[in-house]
Ligand binder design. Structure first.
Ligand SMILES: Cc1cc2nc3c(=O)[nH]c(=O)nc-3n(C[C@H](O)[C@H](O)[C@H](O)COP(=O)(O)OP(=O)(O)OC[C@H]3O[C@@H](n4cnc5c(N)ncnc54)[C@H](O)[C@@H]3O)c2cc1C
Ligand code: SF4
Ligand code: SF4
Length: 618
């Protein structure tokens, strides 16, 4: 079918992705498009006489399909909603109590630097006597101000997005269309002229089948991109606009989490916020937030600097949950839902070009996440608000959305904002983790207490430069012959290697209780709705098949959050099953081989696609 038969629609502003960033943008924009009597203050260029036509496309089948219970200072959100009260939002509470806890390794199976091992021995020896070490954990007596969230909110991002979305839709001044993935930006004469929606009625490879429906072209004077950490539209644009010099996205984390009905015996109060480090690996961070109704949102972050090729967030999360410090609260609880999602943790260093002719970027894809304070929601929201203020200014002045105008109205505003000031402080705060866990913690403290003036020097190698081979990783623990036999056995059974290796190096088996501790496959069924509507192309694509054939780590299989990437019994390119993919995007980051033409990318492409695991509680 020729391009000519593609349908086209004209709007004034087209938006990609509905997360907190777009929530902030559309909330502010729609309020500013009318005066206090509800009369439009600017006119649509495509529908004269009407207010500007604003449309937002969201990939997921629901606008509340975010993945995470979050804690947030909510400063920007509260500036937008000065009367906001936790009781107005479902699953939301004021932060009541905060704890940061160092977890010792009760199993002795994690990879710890010698210095850390020594420190743990000291804690065990003296801590128990002086009673500051209980349940294999040490509660920090003091939480640095840069980590504190009080007075903030804990809430479910899915519920929050739904609430904001219904307010925006209720204004009648913007439309939000879920279940509509955007394929890419439209480029015309060197400017962004809108977006193209994905083709439907195609096979896995994107070839037309019966019922082929080419994705529509949506033409707009302004395209706003807020497609999150692994958004393919923003990434596509980076190829065209190129990243600013020295900027890259080599730091990320995979967040795996669940929503849990707490057992009757649990005494943790509503609004309680817990952050942990030290276990199941020293540099895996954990979080637990208590929401109203005896429900907790909890999970772990597996960071980019965890140089273990056999990394399974799911099993790590189960070991974390069963750590004595947590298990005493969680034993007897029931999993309500489960999910996973990536975080882009490069912060300001991962910032792309924020605006160009006809487009602007907001939210996590624009580098808003603050890696010192560990917060992303409010920063994403605030970036959307700042853009909307600039856009309203340009519209009211009748100025076009050129690069120069957007730089003045948006980028300059953002540079002068609290968002930028805090992002600059945070920029190098986690650099030390690239060198080691202790260096990482020291680095965060140095940055935090010096307000960004002193930082630990960093190491930002790309995954293919830093992830060791499986043989190198376990050289002192598993003889090479045995490792080879384990590989062959797992390969023959079509299984990933991680369980066999974790069992072998001393991690205890997880004893399933059928409620909170269940198999990965059961979690997939229980987690929410896994959507994989037919007629869409596969969104996870292995770029160079020869590279995959030669790849020994096959980390894409080891870390896949949904067990959607599996061993090919014939030994070659891994297999991908769209019906199990939860759209976490972790395969894009974790693949340990470079893209054939761009060393900043991996050999996995994460394209626009429908589906994923959706639970509005997340
Ligand atoms: C497990 C976990 C825990 C977290 N905890 C916290 C916390 O406690 N506090 C905190 O402040 N932050 C936390 N964060 C970070 C926070 O969730 C993000 O920073 C925030 O959601 C970013 O908002 P965003 O709008 O930029 O992007 P997103 O929330 O990622 O939204 C982007 C949207 O774009 C859509 N999209 C992507 N591609 C397309 C396409 N091609 N077409 C159409 N739509 C598309 C996506 O489906 C998504 O809905 C956490 C993140 C995770 C994963
Ligand atoms: S996608 Fe990456 S990690 Fe997976 S087999 Fe291919 S090269 Fe290896
Ligand atoms: S295949 Fe899907 S579930 Fe697996 S890591 Fe990639 S995005 Fe996540």
């Amino acid at each position: 079918m020729s391009e000519i038969e593609r349908q086209s629609m004209d709007v004034d502003i087209v938006c990609v992705g509905f997360g907190p960033a777009m929530g902030g943008f559309l909330t502010t924009l729609t309020r500013g498009l009318v005066d206090h009597e509800g009369a439009p203050v600017v006119e649509s260029a495509v529908m004269p006489g009407m207010p500007p036509q604003v449309i937002c496309y969201e990939r997921a089948d629901d606008i509340g399909a975010g993945v995470s219970g979050v804690v947030s200072s909510a400063r920007g959100i509260r500036e937008s909603f000065p009367d906001l009260d936790a009781s107005m939002l479902p699953m939301c509470a004021e932060v009541a109590d905060e704890k940061v806890v160092y977890l010792l390794d009760p199993q002795g199976a994690s990879r710890r630097q010698d210095l850390l091992d020594f420190k743990d021995t000291m804690i065990r020896t003296f801590g128990k006597r002086l009673s500051f070490c209980k349940d294999e954990a040490v509660e920090l007596p003091y939480i640095p101000p840069f980590l504190r969230k009080e007075p903030g909110l804990v809430f479910s991002i899915g519920q929050f997005n739904q609430w904001v979305g219904s307010e925006v839709m209720g204004s009648g001044l913007a439309q939000i269309w879920p279940g509509m993935p955007v394929s890419k930006v439209l480029l015309e004469n060197g400017r962004v002229a809108g977006v193209r929606l994905v083709d439907q009625g195609v096979d896995k490879k994107g070839e037309p089948e019966a019922g082929y429906m080419p994705g529509m072209d949506i033409k707009a004077a302004l395209t706003v991109i807020g497609d999150g950490p692994v958004g393919p539209v923003g990434r596509d644009l980076d190829d065209f606009a190129t990243m600013p010099g020295g900027h890259h996205r080599r730091d990320w984390a995979l967040g795996m989490k669940m929503v849990v009905d707490l057992p009757e015996s649990c005494t943790l109060p509503e609004g309680f916020v817990l952050h942990t480090f030290g276990y199941p690996e020293p540099d895996i961070f954990g979080f637990l937030y208590v929401l109203p109704g005896r429900v907790a949102s909890l999970g772990i972050f597996v960071p980019s600097w965890l140089d273990i090729p056999v990394r399974t967030a799911y099993r790590y999360m189960q070991h974390w949950v069963t750590h004595p410090y947590l298990w005493k609260h969680l034993k007897g609880g029931t999993m309500r839902s489960w999910g996973a999602k990536s975080l882009l943790e490069s912060g300001r260093r991962g910032e792309p070009r924020l605006a160009g002719d006809g487009y602007a970027r907001i939210g996590e894809c624009s580098g808003t996440t603050n890696v010192l304070t560990g917060s992303g929601v409010d920063e994403a929201w605030t970036s959307g608000v700042i853009l909307a203020e600039g856009v309203l200014e340009l519209m009211k002045a009748g100025k076009p959305f050129t690069r120069d105008n957007l730089k003045q109205a948006y980028v300059a505003r953002r540079r002068a904002s609290r968002l930028e000031e805090e992002a600059r402080v945070a920029e190098k705060s986690r650099d030390g983790f690239g060198k080691g866990f202790i260096q990482g913690l020291l680095g965060m403290a140095l940055t935090g207490f010096s307000n960004g003036k002193i930082n630990m020097p960093g190491d930002h190698r790309r995954p293919h430069e830093r992830i060791p081979t499986i043989e190198e990783t376990y050289a002192t623990q598993i003889p090479s012959e045995e490792l080879r036999a384990m590989r062959e056995e797992c390969q023959a059974r079509g299984e990933a290697l991680h369980d066999a290796i974790m069992d072998r190096i001393g991690w205890p088996k997880i004893e399933y209780d059928g409620k909170l501790l269940i198999s990965h496959q059961d979690a997939l069924l229980l987690g929410g709705k896994v959507q994989a509507p037919s007629g869409f192309a596969d969104h996870v694509v292995f770029v160079d098949h020869d590279t995959c054939r030669a790849c020994r780590e096959k980390i894409c299989i080891e870390m896949c959050s949904g067990q959607a990437i599996t061993t090919n019994p014939e030994g070659g390119v891994p297999l991908f099953d769209r019906e199990k993919c939860v759209h976490c995007g972790a395969c894009l980051w974790n693949c340990s081989k470079p893209h054939p033409t761009d060393p900043e990318k991996s050999n996995v492409e994460f394209r626009a696609g429908a589906g994923g695991l959706h639970s509005a509680e997340n």
